[in-house]
Design a protein around this ligand. Structure first.
Ligand code: ADP
Ligand code: MG
Ligand code: ZN
Length: 705
């Protein structure tokens, strides 16, 4: 490793808590530090932010980040500050005093990253006068292209950035893969020579599943029931659907809310906030929801309707599982949606393109081979191995000879003179006696009722399969009536064989026993989750800004009880160790004592480190001396003492904290804002008592009980 490599890894661990770069991150970061422009294409959740946040820490001067949404800026700035990286944002909603204050801080070099909405670009001139701008990042860069799916006119002004600062590296980032948009971005931002960094679009932790839309509300209720406490989003096509579904979920006892562009701005931002803070874990939304949200613990995404293209679909499911943990996605497929989407597409400016995209979406929804491979090939990647994490891989369809069913269906269409849509044909074949049949005396025709032995749902499914295989067609322009074609004749008159697949009963299949509602006090993860929420609430942060679910799981599994071990957890950097380490370690120790659980054996043999510290202690060395001797931080040595003490080894903690201080802390316990958070004591004592002393005092008090 070169010195630069070592520095990059150290910065990644110290500030973000991660051990390794994801593919391309290091290349992009190195290239930006070397002053080159970059165009970064990575899927949603792929890890684009670190590509400019890490260089921002290392470069002198300021990194300017252009980002389209206020909610996104605030979330990112909160996350950065929680990692000890000074950042701020400017948007049109702020007052002049706030803005002057930011200029002052920038002048002093007290801000490393400044987020700016494209509407606030006027601010740029002021900034460039008071500081050196070392790097410019344009996030969600597809917003600049009218070919992209989320065009924002204000973004087109960004072309002047490169003209004003031709020597400052500029990085444009987006999850939009299509080539036309990509090149449009590079041209408009005037970085046509930029290095292209295109990462794989595979998000292996997302499971993929498509289900027929019948009974979808019941299916959704059952699904959500099986995942209490988990966050998810249901995307719907219409505002009304979002509200109806949210109501239905609320009636079933879930915390859910609707979100769409027709709601007042304050309601929308409140809903978004409640989602981020896990108070409302389920959102039923139109596509307007989600781009501004980097919530890392979204565990599932449901598409109530078929999306209009694969780009949008992939971006939406990409909002699940940013923390890398397994997450589920379900798409409900119905022909009514296809009909409606076709109508939208036909009314749009780019009819041909839109219809072609819809067709690709349909092919995906109706696939009988690995779905992930279809997605990846759409994004230009070749994948041949089956993924093992999609419904087709997990339950390969079982085919049977469906020739007789096909013949019955096609004769039915013929008898009805190709004049009826799908559901009337189903009714007719099943011998229904409703108005659609009786008004036209269809009950008198031949083939009426020939398929009464097949359930309504199943027959509809078979007919959809027949359409997909091209055995007859839907005339979208003629009230969606069904029409026969050449292939129909082959089946009816020339003995052509047809294969169909058995429909799966999802409602039944999904009624697995819901996850046991394990009592929080019996489960370390749950207890740590509660602690995380308390700490986050006290600081006005989202829980995942304290630790992501992935990090919390790692803590619960590894059960670190020293600072050293705590720091080894993926997702724990220096700042988070300092802010939260003690609180989490205390909770783990308490849990271990109650359960008399043996601490998890460490692979790397660091678990005896505290015993080595003990040897020095017995020789009479102070914390500082031992730290120096062992090449560790005083904090770590202190955590060793805490562990020794908790293990019942004779350590006199009063060597490190006076009796008077212990009494002061005991007294403070009933007065501080949050008696579980070290920081509360620190503030309470006006920073006069250091963290180490508070920590020791609390350990002594805890052990007296
Ligand atoms: P994007 O902007 O590409 O949608 P983000 O930058 O928000 O994605 O990153 C998604 C998640 O991945 C975040 O929770 C981030 O902290 C995490 N992440 C990024 N890089 C790494 C890494 N090298 N190791 C582990 N997690 C990472
Ligand atoms: Mg992003
Ligand atoms: Zn698969």
């Amino acid at each position: 490793m070169t010195d630069q490599d070592i520095l990059l890894h150290k910065t990644l661990k110290d500030y973000f808590g991660y051990e390794q770069f994801r593919p391309l991150q290091k290349e992009i970061i190195t290239s930006l530090i070397n002053g080159e422009d970059n165009l970064v294409i990575m899927p949603t959740g792929g890890g684009k932010s670190i590509c400019y946040q890490l260089p921002a820490i290392l470069l002198e001067g300021l990194t300017l980040v252009i980002s389209p949404l206020i909610a996104l800026m605030k979330d990112q700035v909160d996350a950065l500050n929680a990692n000890g990286i000074p950042a701020a944002f400017v948007n049109s909603s702020q007052s002049t005093t706030e803005n002057t204050d930011i200029i002052e801080r920038v002048k002093k070099g007290a801000i490393k990253l400044l987020y700016l909405a494209p509407e606030s670009l006027a601010f740029f001139e002021q900034l460039s006068q008071v500081c050196k701008i070392s790097l410019i990042a344009v996030d969600e860069a597809h917003c600049i292209s009218s070919w992209g799916h989320d065009f924002r006119p204000a973004y087109t002004q960004l072309s002047f950035l490169k003209k004003r600062l031709p020597n400052t590296p500029l990085v444009a980032l987006t999850a939009t893969a299509d080539k036309a948009t990509r090149e449009d971005i590079a041209n408009q931002l005037d970085i046509s020579d930029a290095k292209r960094n295109i990462s794989s679009f595979n998000r292996a932790n997302l499971s993929l599943e498509v289900r027929p839309a019948q009974d979808r509300v019941t299916q959704i209720v059952d699904f959500v029931k099986s995942k209490p406490k988990e966050s998810g989003i249901v995307y719907c096509l219409s505002r009304k659907q979002t509200e109806q579904l949210a109501d239905r979920l609320k009636k079933n006892g879930f915390k859910a809310a609707a979100y769409h562009a027709g709601l007042p701005a304050d309601v929308r931002s409140k809903t978004q906030e409640n989602f981020i803070h896990d108070t409302t874990p389920i959102i039923c939304a139109t596509i307007a929801f989600g781009m501004g949200i980097d919530k890392s613990n979204v565990r599932w995404i449901i598409h109530y309707n078929l999306p209009k293209n694969i780009e949008g679909y992939y971006q939406e499911i990409g909002r699940a599982g940013r923390d890398g943990l397994d997450s589920e996605t379900i798409l409900f497929h119905s022909y009514a949606d296809v009909i409606q989407l076709r109508r939208f597409a036909e009314g749009s400016g780019q009819q041909e393109v839109q219809l072609a995209k819809l067709d690709r979406m349909l092919q995906y929804a109706e696939a009988t081979s690995c779905r992930r491979n279809i997605l990846l090939s759409y994004f230009g990647e070749t994948a041949t191995e089956k993924c093992g994490n999609c419904d087709v891989c997990n339950h390969p369809p079982t085919f049977f000879d469906g020739t007789v069913i096909a013949q019955k269906v096609l004769s039915g269409i013929f008898r009805l003179q190709e004049n009826e849509p799908l559901n009337v044909v189903v009714d007719f074949l099943r011998g229904s006696q409703n108005a659609a049949i009786l008004d036209k005396n269809y009950q008198l025709l031949k083939t009426y009722g020939v398929a009464k032995d097949i359930a309504w749902k199943d027959l509809q499914q078979y007919m959809i399969q027949l359409i997909n295989q091209g055995f007859f067609e839907i005339a979208f322009h003629q009230n969606n009536t069904l029409k026969l074609n050449e292939l129909s004749k082959e089946v009816l008159f020339n003995g052509m064989k047809v294969s169909l697949t058995k429909p799966v009963d999802f409602v039944k299949a999904d009624t697995k026993t819901p996850q046991k509602n394990s009592k929080p006090e019996n489960n370390l993860f749950e207890r740590l989750r509660v602690l995380r929420l308390e700490l986050a609430t006290a600081k006005g942060l989202a829980a995942y800004h304290v630790f992501t679910d992935a990090t919390l799981k790692a803590i619960a599994n590894e059960r670190p009880v020293t600072d050293e071990d705590f720091l080894e957890i993926e997702g724990v950097g220096q700042k988070k160790l300092q802010d939260y380490g003690y609180d989490f370690i205390t909770e783990i120790i308490k849990f271990n004592k109650e359960k008399v659980v043996k601490p998890v054996k460490k692979k790397r043999g660091k678990s005896d480190s505290h015993l080595e510290t003990y040897e020095f202690y017995k020789k009479g060395l102070s914390i500082e001396e031992i730290a120096k001797e062992r090449g560790l931080t005083p904090n770590t040595i202190q955590s060793h003492f805490v562990k020794l003490y908790n293990d019942g080894i004779k350590i006199d903690l009063s060597d490190f904290v006076s009796a008077k201080e212990i009494e002061a802390v005991r007294d403070a316990q009933t007065k501080v804002e949050n008696p579980k958070a070290l920081k509360s004591y620190f503030d309470y004592f006006n920073e006069q008592l250091d963290y180490a002393a508070i920590k020791m005092a609390l350990v002594v008090i805890e052990n007296e009980k």
